[in-house]
Every structure is written in C-alpha cells, then in structure tokens.
Ligand binder design. Structure first.
Ligand SMILES: NC(=O)c1ccc[n+]([C@@H]2O[C@H](COP(=O)([O-])OP(=O)(O)OC[C@H]3O[C@@H](n4cnc5c(N)ncnc54)[C@H](O)[C@@H]3O)[C@@H](O)[C@H]2O)c1
Length: 336
C-alpha cells in the first residue's frame, strides 16, 4: 500500500484527495495539508485522514508517507517539489510545473538529482480515454503525417469569478490554461515549438488586466517539423466547458470533443433538440484524474518512470511563457 500525503485541498486538490481515499487501488490517503482550516476539517470529517497539517514542511517530517501529491497554487509547485524530493518522497505535481523559466529549470535539476524517485506531472488529458485513443490512432498512421493541431480550451463563464480570484497566482491564461493544449500539441505532433505569436484581450472582464492577463486569447505556434498549432483559450464560454482538439494529417483528421456533450441524452422540447454540455473540468476529466494518480502509484510500485515527466513541464512552460511574452509585446517570439 502506497501512503500518500496531499498538499492543496481546493477545487482540484479536494477531488484528488477523494480519489486517493476511495478510488485509487493500492493507495492510502494518510495526510492532507492546506492553509485553509475549513478544508482540513472537511477532509478529516469526510475522508478519515489520519494526519492533517497547515504547514507543508511539517507534513514532510512524517516518514510513514511514501509520496506527496501537490495540488497547491501554481506559485508553490516548484518550491514544494524540491522540498518533497529532498525529504525523500516520490512526487506528483499538478500542472503547470512552475510559472517562470528560472524555477522550472531548477525543478528539472532537482528531479534529475533524485533519479531514484518517481516524479510525475499532472497533464491528465493524456490519461483521458478519448485523448489516449486518438494518440493510438495517430501512431497507427490512420491520418498519415499530422501537420496541424487546432485546440479549444474554454472555461465556463459561470466559473469566471473564481478565475479572476485565481489570476494573481495562476501565471496567466497561457500558463494556466493553454499549457494543456501545448502539451497535447507536442505529444500528438511529436515535435517542439520553434516560434509563438499570441494575441488576446479582456473582452468582457477588465478585472484580468490588473494581472496583465486576458479573458480570451489565441496563440499561433510553429513547430520544428513545420507543423502548425492554433490554440484558442477563453474564460467566457456560455454553453459550458468546451475542450476540443482537432489533429489534421496528410490522410485524414481526428476530432476529440467537437460538441462537449454531457452525455448521450438529447432533450426534445420547445427549444428544439438539446444536448446539454459538460459543466467543468471535474466532470469532463473525472476518469482521467483517477487514471493519472493510479499511474503514479503503479509507477512507484513497479519502479518505472511515468510518460509525463519534468521535461514535459519545462518544454510546455517555455512555450506558454513565449505566448505570454508575445501577448504582452505583440511580437513573434522565437523559442531557443
Ligand atoms: N489538471 C487540471 O485540469 C487542473 C484543473 C484545475 C487546477 N489545476 C491546478 O491545480 C492547482 C490548484 O488549483 P485549484 O484550482 O485547486 O486552486 P485553489 O486555489 O482552489 O486551491 C489551492 C489550494 O492550495 C492550498 N495552498 C496554497 N498554498 C499553500 C501552501 N503554501 N501550503 C499549503 N497549502 C497551500 C490552499 O490552501 C488550497 O487548498 C493549480 O496549480 C492549478 O493550475 C489543474
């Protein structure tokens, strides 16, 4: 049984904690840590955890633990990864790896020094059944050579107040949201990005301006193999949570999530034939959040490296940061 401690019990951390407590095999949720007292109390009441901490360093003194899951604010990830690895634990960290190049490069160095430990990054879309199936089909060659990827990553407008509150610590729309699409683009196209141009603005919510952020933005990427990436990210989607990806190849194309259907039900009423949409990331990627933590636990047990590691964190941050720079300067950014 792998004994896990989690830091961060917010929107996503709470779900990871519940999954570890009830849905992950060969794992036990032994400890939780949050700076929010009520979140700790909830976890103790509902998840029956043995240990609860307000201070991350205190949790790391608990040597009954085998591994740490980091689901704290993005600004904390790199520091906590380093502290947890140095304290002798395996580490799973939520995306993004960090919010600037300096800290992600340092994190890569630290992960490299602890090669005997498992380090995994939470790009959960790779563990979603449909995204994984699309990858398999591309590898089988059914669309020929993929040369273009088009991604929609749209958060529901219902969640916009949370996004505004989160904006100061999120790293901005590219590091927070587009980073998932950047990771998918690298994964599907099998190449790294060589240049980025991004534009966007605060079309509905000027509150994001305070953090040099946008409520909607687009990035155009060129890859080293000359493939093209078109990414659209936004926080004002009225119909729900819309994650859509299209990969175009020389012999066909694949689309994942063209209509972000909640399920297979169509409601016929005075509005017509209505298919309800997925409400948010917890609903859309429910299975993927379980699968990624299960993979982390399996990797620890089987002593093998996960497919999503620190290099994916460094490369995706580099591209997201280039998009941010391009958005702020209105210039094409060449990536070294
Ligand atoms: N993979 C995904 O689909 C996905 C979705 C949402 C969020 N995320 C990522 O997960 C992370 C958390 O996002 P969220 O929306 O749950 O945030 P949130 O603001 O709702 O929660 C943050 C949590 O971190 C805790 N925390 C912050 N600093 C801490 C510290 N120094 N010590 C201990 N606890 C600390 C807070 O107490 C809180 O419990 C972010 O990095 C975000 O980018 C990923």
């Amino acid at each position: 049984m792998i004994k896990l401690g989690i830091v961060g019990l917010g929107r996503l951390g709470k779900r990871h904690a519940e999954n570890i407590a009830f849905r992950i095999q060969n794992a036990e949720l032994l400890a939780v840590c949050s700076i929010v007292e009520d979140e700790i109390k909830d976890a103790q009441k509902n998840l029956g955890v043995k240990y609860a901490y307000k201070d991350f360093s205190e949790m790391l003194k608990n040597k009954e633990l085998d591994a740490i899951v980091i689901a704290s604010s993005s600004t904390e990830h790199c520091k906590q990864i380093e502290e947890a690895l140095n304290a002798g634990f395996h580490v799973f960290s939520e995306k993004p790896l960090g919010i600037n190049m300096h800290e992600v490069l340092r994190a890569r160095e630290v992960v490299g020094k602890h090669n005997d430990k498992i380090f995994m990054l939470g790009f959960m879309r790779r563990y979603d059944a449909s995204y994984a199936y699309a990858k398999k089909k591309i590898e089988e060659g059914i669309i020929g050579r993929p040369f273009l990827i088009r991604c929609y990553g749209l958060d529901p407008v219902k969640a916009v107040q949370g996004a505004i509150a989160f904006s100061e610590k999120s790293g901005g729309i590219f590091l927070d949201m587009a980073i998932h699409d950047i990771d998918l683009a690298r994964w599907y196209l099998g190449s790294e990005v060589k240049s980025a141009y991004a534009i966007g603005g605060c079309y509905e919510y000027p509150e994001f301006k305070k953090y040099n952020d946008a409520d909607n933005a687009v990035a155009l990427l060129q890859f080293k193999n000359d493939a093209i990436g078109i990414l659209y990210v936004g926080r004002t989607c009225t119909h729900g949570y819309h994650i859509e990806t299209e990969i175009v190849g020389t012999e066909g194309s694949l689309r994942i999530g063209s209509i972000p259907q909640k399920n297979l039900v169509t409601i016929f009423d005075e509005k017509g034939a209505v298919q309800e949409c997925v409400s948010g990331f917890l609903e859309r990627f429910d299975q993927a959040y379980v699968a990624e933590i299960q993979e982390f636990v399996n990797c620890i047990i089987e002593k093998r490296k996960p497919k999503v590691g620190v290099d994916d964190g460094v490369m995706s941050t580099k591209v997201a940061y280039a998009c941010k720079e391009s958005f702020e300067s209105n210039k094409l950014v060449i990536i070294e």
